[in-house]
Design a protein. Structure first.
Length: 158
């Protein structure tokens, strides 16, 4: 007599798929919670200029975006065609910048307040008058870290 017996036609049991819908819905809810949606709708036309020396902003949560450009077609009837400032979701005046900065500063831990950067996304065809007014207001609000957004141009790099 031998201690070992031959396996005879034993097949593996079928895998139960009863928990599969639970796993799918868990993944769905996870991605719904984790996904970051766009903060604001762009209401101005911004075609940033080209540059060769660019650095990428690392932490997006520490960045205030200020858009300067002409209103898009759907807003030109109401706001005209002169360059406008957009803070968040709405058109704003230059004197509203300190409140905008303060609202963002409240969301950031106090130890990181010195690392907050204001990123100016300015249309290439806008005159420097409104940009200078924005820069002056940022300086008055003690926001000294300013970044200018630009696109990388492969033809300018040698």
């Amino acid at each position: 007599m031998s201690k070992f017996q031959k396996k005879r036609g034993k097949t593996a049991p079928a895998i139960s798929t009863a928990s599969l819908p639970d796993i799918v819905f868990m993944l769905l809810f996870f991605f719904m919670v984790v996904t970051v949606l766009r903060d604001s709708e762009l209401k101005v036309q911004v075609s940033t200029p080209y540059a060769t020396e660019l650095t990428k902003l690392e932490e997006k949560s520490l960045v205030n975006y200020l858009y300067i450009g002409r209103p898009t077609q759907q807003y030109q009837q109401l706001y005209g065609t002169k360059p406008r400032l957009q803070l968040g979701d709405k058109f704003a005046n230059v004197n509203e910048i300190p409140l905008f900065l303060e609202k963002h500063k409240v969301k950031v831990p106090e130890s990181r307040h010195g690392q907050i950067t204001s990123s100016l996304r300015v249309d290439g065809e806008v005159t420097m008058g409104i940009v200078q007014d924005v820069k002056t207001e940022l300086r008055k609000s003690n926001q000294l870290k300013v970044n200018y957004s630009a696109k990388k141009d492969a033809s300018l790099i040698e």
